[in-house]
Design a protein around this ligand. Structure first.
Ligand code: FAD
Length: 449
């Protein structure tokens, strides 16, 4: 009641404090300490790094959510608790009180997102002249902090996926605008005076359409995930459980596929600009620099792939993912049944892509059953991309099926067909990498020594 309304209204901002110098992907080893006090509060002592918006003067107060360990906590992730630590303590009447014992020690110098301060935070240094230890309030139960943090992290993963979508969309719009203006050479079939706009060159048009397909596919995956999250809240009983599982399955794909797409599309955008893409004044380079963080934070995309393979595929003993794949196949069948010429080879390509996904899924589930974890993990990232590509094809097809088909130009059908006939063939290579890549990876590992 004291804090949340002010955060929702934007009067105060918040941070998530997980990372420490030696504890990034593996939070089980974090060292920040929490000590119990007689008045029910806690004292927090330690160092956090890479904290987004850890310090700034945009709002009067900053509410830090901090993971820390109690003295008698069990080792590993089961001994982590979550604390709310305001920059300024809050008086009973809601006014701001004393400065809490937390401060920003330094700012990171980064590749991109220069509008976002990334801070090293020190808790409990005694800098403000009081007893050492920032005053913190427990959120949820002691030693259950990671579960609480995951409520936020699952939302944050989807939101970071949307950062990827947003950057990809911006990069695509900028590249299309440039390609219409910039003239160079004469494209095959160009009948205008002088040089043609570069958008007329097949290579540029293919690049722009790839950018558009990856952007729209990523957006659709993120929306499908958001829809599943909403349904999990709105539905009851078994339905709610099913939607909860669906959102769990989609979250790592939404995070990883969309953020990888952000980087890939921003890079393609630079290519469309030619040399001007490498020059700061066009703004194309900034998209790439800003996009590059999204596959790293909120759990690296490699960690998302591990989550997808080891925790999400086994949901309901594989029934969740199998049910989902059956739904994807229905979309391919609906495209075939639509008999719309504009879809070209889409139905057959979708069918083949879904079969690749199914084959890779079965293989991974069998490796997990047999305890062959290293084999399963060797192909986890390839599998994650395979899943995202299949979903891109399927969701673009759903968009095409929803289009009126009234004789005007069916733009969604055209994009869907482009993706099906130009991008989806990658799924068979990805399946091959999942199923056949592990042995050579294990054999070659020692050459890295
Ligand atoms: C700009 C920026 C903002 C950030 N904002 C925040 C924030 O607000 N709050 C916060 O708490 N943190 C924040 N972070 C930290 C971020 O979440 C971590 O950097 C990220 O989780 C990765 O941890 P790490 O850097 O320690 O990399 P590491 O964990 O050391 O990983 C290095 C590489 O090894 C891989 N790897 C690690 N473990 C495994 C494994 N078990 N299996 C396979 N591969 C593995 C990773 O995928 C990665 O490729 C931010 C980071 C940056 C750069």
């Amino acid at each position: 009641a004291t804090v949340l309304p002010k955060m929702v209204s934007g009067e105060w901002m918040g941070t998530m404090n997980l990372t420490e110098p030696h504890a990034g992907s593996d939070l089980g080893v974090l060292k920040t300490r929490a000590e119990r006090r007689d008045d029910g509060t806690y004292r927090i002592l330690g160092q956090k790094i890479f904290i987004t918006w850890g310090e700034h003067d945009f709002t009067d107060n900053i509410v830090h959510l901090v993971l820390a360990r109690l003295p008698d906590a069990p080792a590993g992730t089961k001994g982590i608790s979550l604390f709310l630590v305001p920059k300024f303590l809050v008086n009973e009447d809601g006014s701001l009180g004393e400065r809490n014992d937390v401060f920003c020690h330094s700012l990171e110098h980064k590749l991109g997102i220069h509008g976002s301060p990334t801070c090293t935070m020190i808790y409990g240094d005694g800098k403000f002249g009081r007893e050492k230890g920032a005053i913190g309030y427990l959120v949820g139960e002691e030693n259950r902090g990671l579960a609480c943090m995951f409520t936020m992290m699952n939302n944050a993963r989807l939101a970071v996926g949307m950062q990827g979508v947003a950057i990809a969309e911006a990069a695509t719009q900028k590249a299309i605008a440039y390609a219409k203006e910039r003239t160079q050479g004469r494209a095959p079939g160009w009948s205008g005076d002088g040089m043609s706009p570069i958008i007329e060159h097949p290579d540029i048009a293919r690049t722009l359409l790839t950018m558009k397909a990856l952007t729209q596919g990523s957006r659709a995956i993120a929306y499908a995930c958001a829809h599943a999250v909403d349904m999990a809240h709105a539905a009851q009983g078994e339905d709610a459980r099913q939607w909860q599982e669906r959102s769990s399955l989609l979250t790592p794909i939404a995070k990883s596929f969309a953020t990888d797409a952000g980087v890939d599309v921003a890079s393609m955008g630079i290519q469309v600009h030619g040399g001007m893409g490498f020059i700061e004044e066009t703004g194309a380079a900034r998209y790439l620099r800003d996009a590059r963080i999204a596959p790293i934070y909120e759990g690296t995309n490699g960690i998302q792939a591990i989550d997808l393979v080891t925790r999400k595929l086994p949901l309901s003993d594989g029934a969740q993912v199998r049910g989902f794949i059956a739904e994807l196949r229905e979309v391919a069948a609906a495209v075939a049944a639509s008999n719309r010429e504009g879809f070209g080879e889409t139905a057959a390509r979708l069918d083949a892509a879904v079969a690749d996904l199914e084959g890779a899924t079965d293989w991974l589930l069998s490796r997990l059953r047999d305890g062959k974890l290293a084999e399963a993990l060797s192909g986890a990232t390839a599998y994650q991309r395979l899943f995202g590509l299949v979903l891109t094809g399927v969701y673009l097809a759903k968009g095409g099926l929803a289009e009126a088909g009234d004789g005007g130009q069916d733009r969604r059908v055209a994009l869907c067909r482009f993706a099906a006939e130009n991008l989806l063939s990658e799924t068979s290579a990805l399946k091959d990498r999942v199923v056949n890549g592990a042995a050579s990876l294990a054999a070659a590992r020692s050459i890295l020594d």
